[in-house]
Structure formats: C-alpha cells, structure tokens
Design a protein around this ligand. Structure first.
Ligand SMILES: [Ca+2]
Ligand SMILES: [Ca+2]
Length: 198
C-alpha cells in the first residue's frame, strides 16, 4: 500500500497537465485584462491630450485650412492627435459657448414642462439650483465662440475594446474628456465677416 502511495506521489505528469488546464483560462484572462487596461489608459491619455490640442487651436480663433470649417478642424485635430486609434463613427466632439466659467453646468435646471414641448418656456415652474432667480439650461450654445468667450470642449468616445472580450462584459469603452478655456482676443474671422456683410 505504501509503495502505491509513493508511486502516486512521485507520478506528477498527470497533475501538471491538470494544473495547466485549470490555470490556462485564468492566465489568458489576466493577459487579456492587462492588454485591455493598458489600451484603455492609452486611449484615455491620448484623448485627454487631443482635447487639449483641440482647445489650443480653438483659443486662437485661427483657421488651418480655409476649405474646412473650424468645427471640423477641431474634430480632425482630435483624430490626428490620437494617431488613428479612434473609430471616427464612435467619436463625439462637442463644443459649447458660455459667458462665464461659472455658467458651465452638467445638467439643465429641472423644470415642469407644462406645455409638453420638451423645453423650458417662460412661466413654467423650475428649480433655481444656482439661485440666480432665472432658469438656466447650463448647456451653453453650440459653437467655438468668439473673441474672449468661454468654450467647453467635450469628447465622448464609445469605442470597442481591443480583444472584443470587453465588449461582451461592458459594451466597450466610454471615455470622456472635457476642458474649458477662454478664447484669446482675436479679430473677427473672414467667415464671420463674410456672413455679416452678405
Ligand atoms: Ca415647455
Ligand atoms: Ca438659475
């Protein structure tokens, strides 16, 4: 009996295969996980840098290419600063103009939509969250603003994960990056001059 036990104890070839079969999925999950986390941080950092580059372009009021409007140029900067790693169809670039930094809010003040048109109208009850006595939608106006305006740049990227495994678990990545800047005092652009003179 002792001899059999000894033999079993020393025969480790089978147990090594079993251990390998059991640990392989864990090992692969870890490897994929490390790649996915690395990719996520790479994308996050690239998108953070891209929104900064885009805002630096926007601040000057400059134009890189007369044939392309500035909104498209901002988007192109984001895509080029992320080195082609973003799926353009999954990228949202939003720019909104505010009068003051303190006007920037995440959500519109809550209101009761009495007439059911989906937006606030004068006279409808609202919660004055910032206590300024008036309704604020906190969303600013779309655009890149004029000289001296406050502009909020917001990027939302809903991309696929590197291996596809992340998509099964979490529907891919959602990465957001925002930056608010004040435009430099710049002369009115040709585009605005054209539109005002015609
Ligand atoms: Ca309404
Ligand atoms: Ca208010």
């Amino acid at each position: 009996m002792m001899k059999i036990m000894d033999k079993l104890r020393h025969d480790e070839s089978g147990s090594a295969i079993t251990e390998f079969a059991l640990t392989l999925p864990i090992f692969l999950t870890m490897i994929f996980g490390i790649f996915e986390i690395g990719y996520y941080f790479y994308l996050s950092t690239a998108i953070e840098n891209a929104v900064l580059s885009a805002s630096r372009f926007g601040i000057t009021g400059g134009v890189l290419d007369d044939a392309i409007d500035r909104e498209t140029q901002v988007r192109d900067i984001v895509l080029s600063q992320t080195f082609g790693s973003l799926d353009p169809s999954a990228l949202e670039v939003e720019t909104r103009v505010f009068e003051q930094f303190s006007d920037i809010g995440e959500e519109p003040e809550p209101f009761v939509d009495d007439n059911g048109n989906g937006q606030y109208d004068a006279g409808e009850p609202f919660t004055d969250e910032n206590g300024n006595g008036q309704y604020d939608d906190n969303l600013g106006e779309a655009g890149l603003g004029g000289s001296g305006d406050i502009v909020l740049y917001r990027i939302v990227y809903r991309g696929a994960s590197l291996s596809g495994i992340g998509d099964l678990l979490a529907d891919g990545y959602t990465i957001t990056a925002t930056v608010a800047v004040r435009n430099e005092p710049f002369p009115v652009s040709d585009e605005e001059e054209d539109s005002s003179s015609t």
